[in-house]
Design a protein around this ligand. Structure first.
Ligand code: SF4
Length: 246
């Protein structure tokens, strides 16, 4: 029998006490969890990839912070790394709700099994869909990495339908980071159409930024391509309720 994890077992790499950018239209504290199974070439937090690295914070640090922030922030975003790597995520989410805050989640969808368990405890999800399935491994640096995130997208869409009209409906956006060395205009448009076909109505296209990323970038020709303009005007805007470019 698998022992249930407890919130205090979370391996926490960092905390942002107050953020206006991690959850659209919501003031949040952000908790960065250590560990990720992938090594995306554009990762902005490569120090958070190693799951064996010891985080600098304890769960009691988060609880103390939240007790100081009652009335000042609306929610807590669990980010990473990949938060669904850690089973202690779910009891931590339950505790955040018990303290009176909403729960947000940043995930790359690498673990649909744990994501399915977590979704009932989540109010908003920012789900990375990094590429078309055939291009995934180039981005993540891991073989056969495409199935899990596309399965996770199905879970998020299904969960939203199930919870529509309830007290706590699931809100979400799909996010795609764009580097011209890994995706061209035609494939980005094709990705957008595929997301829309799947039922996604909120898509955020995020331009690659060098801050925090490795230099040189692994697997792509960074120097030559990073500044090449993308034809973002060709995105299938009409297929989405919200399509933002950041
Ligand atoms: S999934 Fe996110 S945290 Fe993990 S390597 Fe990719 S960008 Fe970095």
């Amino acid at each position: 029998m698998v022992r249930a994890a407890a919130a205090y077992e979370l391996n926490i790499a960092g905390i942002t006490p107050f953020s206006t950018v991690d959850w659209p239209d919501t003031l949040a504290a952000t908790v960065f969890l250590q560990g990720c199974p992938w090594s995306c070439f554009y990762c902005h937090n490569p120090a958070l990839i190693d799951p064996r690295a010891e985080g600098e914070y304890s769960w009691s640090d988060v609880v103390d912070l939240l007790c100081d922030r009652i009335g000042l922030v609306d929610g807590v975003v669990f980010s990473g790394g990949e938060p669904t790597l850690q089973r202690a995520l779910i009891p931590a989410m339950e505790m955040v709700h018990a303290l009176g805050f909403q729960v947000g989640l940043h995930t790359a969808g690498a673990y649909p099994g744990l994501l399915a368990q977590a979704l009932p405890h989540v109010d908003w999800v920012g789900l990375d869909i990094k590429a078309l399935p055939g291009d995934y491994d180039l981005v993540t640096g891991r073989q056969n990495s495409a199935n899990a995130p596309w399965r996770s997208l199905e879970l998020v869409l299904g969960n939203r339908l199930l919870r529509a009209g309830t007290d706590r409906p699931l809100d979400f956006e799909v996010r795609t980071t764009v580097h011209p060395g890994a995706i061209d205009d035609a494939r980005l448009r094709e990705l957008g159409c595929r997301l829309a076909d799947a039922g996604v109505d909120c898509w955020a296209v995020q331009r690659f930024r060098e801050t925090g990323a490795r230099n040189p970038l692994p697997r792509v020709q960074a120097a030559a391509d990073a500044d090449a303009p993308l034809a973002l005007d060709d995105l299938p805007v009409e297929r989405f309720v919200s399509l933002v470019v950041r």
